[in-house]
Design a protein around this ligand. Structure first.
Ligand code: GLA
Length: 409
């Protein structure tokens, strides 16, 4: 019965479009498409924490939690259902959602999420099947894009399993054209795990592209081949990709594991800080309905988020390296910089560092602000002194001193 309800909801959704040609969509221009995601997208995705255990209840409760927790105010926007919302295609080829888990259909969920002032994202795959074996979009790209547009989808994550002989450029190009033709602004998240170097071809094709295989809830993958990559492995894989990121086109080091239990407190802070330094999409992957205050404090650190969302859209690079200690720098707008001291070692780092040694700062005088302690800690003409725990960071924002004092007068 529920299955019939789900299909009826979809049939009702499709009905007007077949009977009223005046409702024909106006395709998006490439310029309109490219203007989406000028800063890295922020939101929540179901996969890291819930895998296939998704439902309208989960999505709607998560939307509620995103608002009540203050995450929406901090900039999080998209509620994205990953794999397993779909079970079948009907006789006309329309995708069918799981009737048990989405008894009111997909548009109902999208409408609810929109009523909260948030946006709705969905998942599909290049191949005949998704990575979890559900129906993929191969051969149905334009029909699926139409379904997304009519359902109120604002974001599509498009995976790469069961691709057979598909060429990545062709596969993603087909879906991009389908999205544009359907006429609704939909952020397009390319997820081919970096296998065909999307940073070299995907600007203008999608707004973000995964750079690696899946993240796991751990710091370092080590020798193990199971359970996903560690945070540090992903940071290393993204280190040299900074020339390819910019407004509207982002390297995607995968969704956040902050708050999922596998990282120490210092590692959670470093994971979040480094994603902000990398100008990465900030897609939380924990259970927003029951997160402890420490997790929320990390995810909603507005000063760290401002580094990620800086309109200049520059991804950080390593400026200075001292064995397993690194200094990452990210150019910000208004001649500001984010500088992150990253202690990869197993020991504390007793930092006593002359910032004038960072070549990018060119000897300039800056006020230095600690973005986790939320306080100014001096100027660049004095050494910065701090104790950074193992796997921890000191994340700072540098503001030109002259500009600031001028403003005060
Ligand atoms: C792939 C993706 C993951 C997730 C799963 C879903 O592994 O990389 O992020 O979407 O598929 O099956």
């Amino acid at each position: 019965m529920k299955r019939i309800l789900c299909m009826l909801a979809i049939a009702a959704l499709m009905q007007p479009a077949f009977s009223q040609t005046s409702q024909k969509a106006t395709p998006l221009t490439q310029e309109q498409f490219m203007s989406l995601a000028k800063t890295p997208p922020m939101g929540w995705n179901s996969w890291n924490r819930f895998n296939c255990n998704v439902s309208e209840k989960l999505l709607m409760e998560t939307a509620d939690a995103m608002v009540s927790s203050g995450m929406k105010d901090a900039g999080y926007e998209y509620i994205i259902v990953d794999d397993c919302w779909q079970v079948d295609r009907d006789a006309d080829g329309w995708i069918v959602c799981d009737p048990e888990r989405f008894p009111h259909g997909i548009k109902y969920v999208a409408d609810y999420i929109h009523s909260k002032g948030l946006k709705f994202g969905i998942y599909s795959c290049v191949g005949e099947k998704t990575c979890a074996g559900r129906p993929g979009s191969q051969g149905h790209e334009f029909q699926d894009a139409l379904f997304y547009a009519r359902s109120g989808v604002d974001y599509l994550k498009y995976d790469f399993c069961y691709k057979n002989q598909a060429n990545s450029w062709n596969a993603y190009h087909t879906m991009r054209e389908a999205i544009k033709t359907a006429g609704r602004p939909i952020v397009f998240s390319i997820c081919e795990w970096g296998t065909t170097k999307p940073w070299e071809w995907a600007e203008g094709m999608g707004h973000l592209w995964r750079t690696t295989y899946d993240i796991g809830d751990r710091w370092d993958r080590g020798e193990s081949k199971e359970g996903g990559l560690g945070v540090i492995n992903i940071i290393d894989a993204n280190r040299d990709l900074y020339p390819f990121a910019g407004p509207g086109h982002w390297n995607d080091p995968d969704m956040l594991e902050v708050g999922n239990g596998g990282l120490t407190p210092a590692e959670n802070v470093s994971h979040f800080s480094m994603w902000c330094m990398l100008a990465a999409p900030l897609i939380s992957g924990n259970d927003l309905r029951s997160m402890p205050q420490e997790t929320l404090a990390i995810l909603t650190n507005k000063e760290a988020i401002a580094v990620d969302q800086d309109p200049l859209g520059v991804q950080a690079h390593v400026s200075v390296e001292m064995g397993d200690k690194q200094v990452w720098v990210k150019k910000l707008s208004n001649d500001e910089w984010a500088v992150c001291f990253f202690n990869r070692s197993e020991k504390e780092w007793g930092l006593n560092y002359n910032m004038m040694d960072i070549p990018e700062l060119d000897g300039g005088l800056y006020d230095v602000r600690d973005l986790w302690e939320h306080k100014n800690i001096g100027k660049t003409d004095r050494n910065v002194v701090a104790t950074i725990p193992s796997h921890g960071v000191l994340m700072t924002r540098l503001t030109p001193t002259a500009v600031k004092s001028k403003g005060r007068r």
